[in-house]
Design a protein around this ligand. Structure first.
Ligand code: ME8
Length: 535
């Protein structure tokens, strides 16, 4: 399938990237949203048995970082080192992000290769010297089209994203002949309708490119915090050209051809919709200019909003993820935003909605199911999972429901990068299993000690436990700690091996959990929130 790249034969990795984040400040929910999404996507593909490469990192050059460092009385490098080590890397660890690499644009493995790339463009005649004057937003690190600006107070013109005044810049710069690539880009989008996702993002890009592209200024000479232009070191390379190249330099561009060929290009670039054009227009054009292969998909996530505005560092509306994980836990945090918001759409964070969904779906539907089943296997069968001695239509319906849930979740998350749809499929199945228990009433069946009832009870509890075995596999990419607890409590580790080694496809193979497994009532997966507060 085109969406999943070339990895089905195992030759090259399923390569997913996040944006590399500016380290002018600490991470907030918005950054974590994209990074958790990438983590779930890559964990899913690992559980399909594919080779995966998940890259994240930090964008450390440019005026925005330089000004922040100045304001804090340290050098830009000192500032970046501090923020990366104290804020960014620890957050990803806290959120259980299993990235394979972390690139920083101040690393030599990056800076040297960026210089070579730009020099190469220059040698090929793709770059020329010229002048430019226009409104510039330091927040975006981008020249803006005058028509896109908003009117502020006293006649000031504002960036539509940051709502802050733009600055008029006039510079002698080097330009990349981006305008020449419009027709080829349009042909490419036409031939690859799935390249930009969602549809609204694709339409925005098509409209933008159809209007005609301007050449791109790729150097700056009014400040020096950047990678020098090799043939004219009074200039530094424009921070976006520098930053986009991380996707190539991190996987060995110009340094390790074997690794590069086995990884590049990306199967999915995950980006916020604010930086879509850079990834869907400029980046492919840069690659075309070098004859390099283009990414397979650029998927734009919507914005997390606060009070109707994009949550952002510069507007001081950034909420730290730790403020939520300390209350709801890391698993619920990873699950919530992907579950509650259709990927690609904007979504508002609300404490009330998170609390309501946690209580109904995690604590009641899922957590309760797991603890009830473990408790009953303990009470009625001394913690040894009984065999399903007398399966009938009701059990077949559960097995069929599981097969549907696996197929749906795999297609939605694995192929379509539709997290809420995939997670909903799993939670619908959880609901089905709850409904099955309510109908079968094992607690009543247990009261009658006949051999027939005993067989029936065994069948019901096996069916529920086997369903949970599959749920643990399906939810492992989303909530690894809760899934591991569940896996342990079913005794599945001893009988089936490590959870991480379970394949998504096998989740649907009914009957994998062997009778005789030791089922224990482990920790409650999702404690009630009020209890947690008191604790
Ligand atoms: O743009 N809602 O870095 P950045 C959802 N360095 N996602 C959000 C968000 C919100 N409110 N706020 C931020 C840059 N994000 C460049 C990228 S890539 C070669 C260079 C997420 O620190 C979203 O993924 O401003 C967005 O694209 C990214 O953070 C921007 O992070």
């Amino acid at each position: 399938m085109a969406a999943t790249g070339t990895n089905s034969n195992g030759a090259s990795a399923y390569y997913v990237t996040t944006p590399i984040y500016y380290v002018n400040d600490r991470p907030h929910l918005g950054h974590a949203y994209t990074t958790v999404a990438g983590d779930v996507l890559t964990r899913w593909h690992r559980q399909r048995g594919e080779k995966v490469w998940y890259l994240t990192g930090t964008d450390e050059h440019g005026q925005k970082i330089m000004r922040t460092a100045d304001a804090n009385g340290v050098t830009p490098q000192q500032w970046c080192d501090k923020l990366v080590e104290e804020a960014w890397k620890p957050l990803w660890e806290h959120l259980e992000i299993a990235n394979d690499d972390f690139i920083r644009t101040t690393q030599e493995r990056h800076t040297h290769r960026v210089q070579e790339f730009v020099q190469d463009l220059y040698d090929k005649g793709e770059v020329y010297q010229g002048g430019y004057e226009g409104p510039y937003c330091v927040g975006c690190e981008e020249y803006k089209s005058p028509g896109d600006l908003l009117d502020g107070e006293d006649g000031a013109k504002l960036c539509p994203i940051h709502k802050r005044p733009v600055e008029m810049l006039k510079e002698e710069n080097y330009f990349f002949k981006l305008s020449a690539y419009g027709p080829r880009l349009l042909e490419f989008y036409e031939a690859n309708p799935g390249f930009i996702q969602p549809e609204s993002a694709r339409n925005e890009v098509l409209q933008f490119v159809r209007q005609g592209l301007q050449d791109l200024s790729i150097s700056r000479s009014t400040f020096d915090w950047g990678i020098p232009i090799p043939w004219d070191p009074k200039h530094v390379i424009y921070v976006w050209v520098d930053a986009l190249l991380n996707y190539a330099t991190a996987v060995g561009y110009g340094a390790d051809p074997a690794k590069f060929d086995a990884t590049f290009p990306a199967d999915v670039h995950l980006v916020g919709k604010d930086i879509l054009r850079f990834h869907a227009v400029i980046w492919p054009a840069m690659l075309m200019a070098q004859g390099l292969p283009l990414p397979r998909k650029v998927v734009a996530n919507g914005w997390l909003m606060v009070g109707g505005e994009k949550m952002s560092k510069s507007n001081l509306t950034g909420i730290a993820p730790q403020d939520l994980t300390s209350h709801f836990g890391v698993d619920a945090y990873r699950w919530y935003f992907l579950r509650a918001i259709q990927f690609g759409q904007d979504g508002s964070f609300s404490w009330e909605d998170f609390t309501a969904r946690y209580t109904s779906e995690l604590a009641n539907d899922f957590g309760n199911l797991a603890s009830r089943v473990a408790a009953m296997v303990g009470r009625y069968f001394d913690g040894k999972l009984p065999a399903a001695e007398a399966p009938g239509d009701a059990e077949q319906a559960v097995a069929d429901g599981l097969a549907r849930a696996v197929a749906e979740a795999d297609r939605r998350i694995g192929d379509e990068v539709d997290f809420s749809g995939g997670i909903a499929a799993v939670f619908d199945f959880i609901k089905q299993v709850n409904g099955y228990l309510t109908e079968q009433e094992p607690w009543k069946v247990a009261k009658d000690g006949s051999a027939e009832s005993r067989a029936r009870l065994a069948t019901i509890l096996y069916t529920a436990a086997e369903s949970l075995r599959a749920v643990a596999v399906l939810l492992n990419p989303v909530m690894p700690a809760a899934a591991a607890k569940l896996w342990d409590s079913l005794g599945a580790e001893a009988s089936l091996g490590a959870l991480a080694d379970q394949r998504v496809g096998e989740a649907a193979d009914w009957g994998r959990l062997p009778a005789g497994s030791t089922v224990t009532k482990g920790d409650i997966l999702f404690p009630r929130l009020e209890e947690k507060k008191d604790a």
